[in-house]
Every structure is written in structure tokens, then in C-alpha cells.
Design a protein around this ligand. Sequence first.
Ligand SMILES: Nc1nc2c(ncn2[C@@H]2O[C@H](COP(=O)(O)OP(=O)(O)OP(=O)(O)O)[C@@H](O)[C@H]2O)c(=O)[nH]1
Ligand SMILES: [Mg+2]
Length: 418
Amino acid sequence: MKRAILVKRNDPRSEDHDNELRLRELEELAGSAGYTVVSELTQTRHPDPKYQVGSGKVEELAQLVQNVEADKIIFYNQLSTMQVYNISEICRCEVIDKFQLILEIFASRATTHRSKLQVELARLEYELPKARAIVSILKKEERPGFMGLGGYEDSYAQDVKNRIARIKDELRDVDRDRDSLRTFRHSKGFSLVALAGYTNAGKSTLFNMLVDESKTVRNMLFTTLVPTTRSLTVQGREVLLTDTVGFIEDLPHWMVDAFRSTLNEIFFADIVLLVVDSSELVETIHRKLSVSHETMWEQLQEVEIITVFNKADLLTEEELDDRMLNLGYLAPNPVAVSAKTGFGIDALKQEIRRHLPEWDRVQLSLPLSEEGMSTLSWLFDEGVVHNVDYDDSINIDLEARESIISKAKSFTGKKVNQ
Ligand SMILES: Nc1nc2c(ncn2[C@@H]2O[C@H](COP(=O)(O)OP(=O)(O)OP(=O)(O)O)[C@@H](O)[C@H]2O)c(=O)[nH]1
Ligand SMILES: [Mg+2]
């Protein structure tokens, strides 16, 4: 585990309670990024703009870094390049701010080629202006290198710019592939279900619970292309379930692009499972649901939303009912589950099934021939075959989307009773 010191410069106008909350938030983020928090430091805003913390504090911080053997100092507040430079030089320790910490989390979670590219793009775009400033500081002071930044040269900024351009090109290619993949899935009759919600709500745990419970019917090509998507059978209907990276509050605009790559999965879904941690305070859940709806609203007109109240195992039934009632319109189609114990998973599946795009159910007769048999096997792939019996023809009770049914009809040329 990497060891981190957290630092927050408190605004004297803020309530102590708020300051404390922000620090806990930072601690949570640091935990998600794989740090052990070994110490925390807070200070009321200092008038000297040169230091994020006053110079006395920087000495104290330097001592602290030695004492607790920290690998990193993480500031809640955003830092100027000058501040990063001064503090990291005095403390002999790498300094990052909250946004860089979030980027580290994104980087560690990016599983697809595309999301990796986007995180890298966001990182480069964030670091470009800093890199330029550091080069000019080093030049002014004629200092041959310091900490890990010694390798910066004049051409560095140009290199970064070239890399940004290359990544953008590559992303355009990946996007083309992805669109065709999505069209392919939809045309094969899969419905797309996406998990959304704040970080730590339990999306990945729920994903595993849902996926483990059902066996993968076929080995599909794209499960290897998109590792966070798995097929899943919900009461006879096959869907593709996608896990996403969690929402994080106050995302700065330059990071929204990296974030959007995961949101795209949500926008193309037929159903979104909006997962909330129901053990949190009602006000917190309220705020997080509002932000989630705001973030997704414009693009989610056609999408069904199921609100999943996760971590039900941490609450009494009464507390749970109370929360679900209180949140009303912000929580459409609520279902309480525990992704940990499996409580409510069946109810959730029923709810998913209820909201899947409608398929038609027809009785179909195919000739008892080789062609008929191969059409039948195709129908097993594309829809739900409720029943088959054979007399002088193959009689099928089939549920499938409209396009599949009309294709089957054209194959047979035989009578179809609706
Ligand atoms: N008690 C309890 N804990 C849960 C439940 N579901 C998830 N957790 C815990 O909540 C924490 C976060 O779970 P994740 O599944 O990683 O959350 P996530 O929404 O995928 O988080 P991000 O990937 O950061 O967006 C883990 O420590 C889980 O063990 C649940 O039903 N009950
Ligand atoms: Mg997750």
C-alpha cells in the first residue's frame, strides 16, 4: 500500500462540519486509489499566495513526511504549479491535488482500450499547462532537474501535444468500431442494461452477483473486446449488462470527456440500473440522485430507469421503506437489494424483465426439413423458444422481437398464427 498524507486548506467561511465532510470525502477517494492515509493536516487559509499552506506549515509537513514515510501528499484544494513546485521541493515528496487523485482512480479502473485512451488524454491535457510552467521555472532558476521532473525539456510540451493528437486520432477509430459493435448487438436482439450511480454504491458487486447467478449461454466474441460487459439471462431473455465507473461529484470540465466514455454506455442502454447506497443519509441519497438525474437527463428520454436501493442488509425494513418513500419521484421503479447477501436479486430481475423492450409471441410452423431445423436453431439463438413439438412440421411457440419474427416468416413461407 502506498502511504499518503492528506492536506486541506479550510476556508474560514465554511462550517467546520462541511470541512470535515470534505476531508472524509478525500480520504474515501484516497482509499479508492489504493492509498493508506497515514496522516492528515488542516489549516485555515493563509494570506501568502506562495504557499498552499503557510511556510511554517510546509516545514511541519516536511517533518511529517519524514516521520510517517509518506509516498505522496494529497491536497484537497487545487494547486498552482508554483505551489506544487515549492511544496514538493521542500518536502522531498510527490504532491498531487484532488483532481489528479481522481485521475489516478480513473486510470486504475479503465479496463477498455477506449477508456484507457480517454484517461490518458485527460491526464495529458491537465498536465500540459503545468509542464510548460515547470519548464519555465526550471529555466529561470537554472536548476538542473529536481525530483521526478528533471527530464523536462523544451520539447516536452511539443511531445505532449503530439501525443494528445495521436490519442484523439486513435479514439476516433475506436469510436467507429464501437458503434458498429453496438449496432451488431442490438440487431442480434440483445437488450442493453447498464449499471450507473455514484462511486462505492455497489455497482460492481451487483454486477458480479447478477452475472454469477446466471451462466453465460454462449461464448461471445465481444465479451473479450469489452471486458466489463457480460451476457445474462433474465427470465428467458438475454441481455448484456455493463458495469460503469462511478460518478464523482464536482467533476471539473476538463475531466468530463474522460467521464463521458463510461456515460456513453449508459446513453445507449435500454435500461439503466441507478444504484444508490441506501445506508447513507437520506439527504445524501437525495443529492446524489438529483445529480445523477441531472447528468443523464437530457440524453435519457427513451431509457427506462430502475432505482436500486443497494446495501439493504445494513438497514431495518422500516428504515428502508422510509427512505424509499421519502425519495419519491427521484427514485423511479425502486427495488431494494443487497448485492452482498443476494437479497432482492430475484425481484430486481423481475423488474428488469418488466422493462425490457417488448417482444411478440407467435406460433410458428416450419417444414420438417434440414432448412427448417437450421431455422429453428437460429431462433433458439435469437429469441425465446417456449415450446417445440414435431408432427409433420416443426411447431414453435416463439417470443422474439418483431424483426426476427418477420425474418422467420419469410424463411418458412408457411402459415403463421398470431
Ligand atoms: N453491506 C453491504 N456492502 C456492500 C453491498 N454492495 C456493495 N457493498 C460494499 O460497498 C463497497 C463498494 O462496492 P463496489 O461494488 O466496489 O462499488 P461500485 O459502485 O462499483 O464503486 P465504483 O466502482 O467506485 O463506482 C465494497 O466495499 C462492497 O463490498 C451490500 O449490498 N451490502
Ligand atoms: Mg465499480
